[in-house]
Design a protein around this ligand. Structure first.
Ligand SMILES: Cc1cc2nc3c(=O)[nH]c(=O)nc-3n(C[C@H](O)[C@H](O)[C@H](O)COP(=O)(O)O)c2cc1C
Length: 411
């Protein structure tokens, strides 16, 4: 009982609201691609069991992996879930029922990949905010016409409505990591001259996201929580600056969204998003669609010439690597801020919350590694996640395997 009282006093375990939803504690499972859906994007039994298990483990809230809102917005990961069709509502409903029966909270992350995909995955020409090509994905995108952009806005709102019907506690709109909404935000990508172009005063493109939020509120009602995931910076030559990030936060403040998750980067430099202690080169050369090869000479050159050249530009792991930006965000809004990236010890989480540097802590890899992490944090103030930031889980998203921790396993 004494322990229970002490726990209740800790910020980390204090029930807190996001919109009208009460979370049992301030720890969130950040969106994590599952690789547990079939080719039609219909989630499988494994998907249902994964979320039921997470809910049993007392996580404040769970955010699903990115689910596509339309076929044209599919990722190249082969087993991504989709929320693009009403026929999928029932399957998700059975999952959210299970999560709620465990007193869990669950938000669906909804996304459109824009230029960060392939024609093979979408079955159609890759579309983007502009014709600028992603250095990693390579396809030359066709710029969405104004009418097509409008249609995607509707598809986001329709997807959110499906989430509501399926019993999700809210949605997270993916406006980070270089996906379509982020492509509209970034002036380095958005060269449009129509209404969805970059606002000359603010220096970023906000109209597309603004319309998505407005239409989602219209279709789902103002009480249905909307979370937004944003990137605080990127690794492009003329990168996203602090002032542009502040403009983005002020805009979201005006839009009265329910929470903002602060992440980093784009998939062009994915290792800036999920930083590691080192790069799992052999796994990359085996599984990554861009770098894999059976040719031993090419493999040798990639490992011994290309990689050493790239290495200085790769951002390596440091604890709580997005916290500085979460702190900036908190200076510009009262909306709850969720910080993701590199939280590994209870001490780090408690300190960041106690100092009001963030309102929630979000974790991805630690929950892949230990779904029961909350219990361990409750039991031991000195607890440190077992995740080694090896990033094999991240690289393996390109394989047909479901997402899991590969620690100690031959891949
Ligand atoms: C295997 C894996 C899958 C991920 N899937 C998603 C995703 O679907 N949507 C998303 O916004 N971020 C995704 N991320 C990024 C995480 O949500 C998170 O921002 C990042 O891993 C940093 O948090 P961490 O240090 O706690 O892992 C993924 C990361 C990993 C490693």
């Amino acid at each position: 009982m004494a322990i229970k009282k002490r726990e209740l006093m800790e910020m980390i375990f204090k029930p807190t609201n996001i919109g009208n939803i009460t979370l049992e504690n301030r720890i969130i499972r950040s969106a994590t691609y599952e690789g547990m859906s079939n080719e039609q994007g219909i989630s499988t039994e494994e998907y249902l069991n994964t979320y039921t298990r997470l809910a049993k483990n007392n996580i404040g809230a769970i955010i699903t992996g990115f689910a596509y809102i339309s076929k044209g917005g599919r990722a190249m990961q082969p087993k991504q879930a989709g929320i693009d069709d009403d026929s999928k509502i029932d399957v998700f409903q059975s999952m959210t029922d299970k999560v709620h029966s465990q007193n869990g909270r669950i938000f669906m992350q909804i996304a459109h990949c824009g230029r960060q995909t392939t024609e093979q995955a979408t079955g159609s020409v890759v579309r983007g905010a502009s014709t600028k090509r992603s250095s990693y994905f390579g396809s030359l995108p066709k710029q969405l016409s104004t009418e097509e952009a409008l249609s995607i806005i509707e598809k986001f709102a329709d997807a959110a409505k499906r989430c509501k019907k399926a019993g999700f506690d809210g949605v997270q709109i993916h406006a980070a990591h270089g996906y379509l909404i982020h492509q509209f935000i970034l002036p380095s990508i958005n060269s449009r001259k129509d209404i969805y172009g970059v606002d000359p005063e603010k220096g970023i493109g906000l109209h597309f996201l603004k319309s998505i939020i407005e239409r989602t509120k219209e279709k789902c009602g103002k009480d249905f929580p909307i979370l937004i995931k944003v990137s605080s910076g990127d690794d492009y030559f003329n990168g996203f600056k602090r002032n542009q990030f502040i403009q983005l936060i002020r805009f979201l403040d005006e839009m009265k969204v329910d929470a903002i998750e602060v992440s980093y980067g784009t998939m062009d430099h994915a290792l800036g998003i999920f930083r590691g202690e080192k790069v799992p080169l052999d796994v990359v050369l085996e599984y990554n669609p861009k770098y894999k090869t059976n040719n031993s000479i090419v493999r040798f050159l990639r490992k011994n010439a290309f990689y050493p050249f790239m290495k200085p530009r790769i951002k390596m792991f440091s604890p709580m690597y997005n916290l500085a930006y979460a702190k900036i965000a908190k200076q510009h809004t009262q909306i709850p801020i969720i910080c993701v990236g590199g939280f590994r010890t209870k001490q780090e989480m408690s300190d960041a919350l106690e100092k009001k540097e963030t309102d929630f802590i979000s974790l991805c890899r630690p929950f892949i590694c230990e779904p029961d992490l909350i219990k361990k944090l409750k039991a031991n103030n000195a607890y440190k996640s077992k995740c080694l930031n090896c990033n094999i889980c991240a690289v393996m998203c390109d394989s047909p395997n479901p997402t899991k921790c590969y620690f100690g396993e031959a891949v």
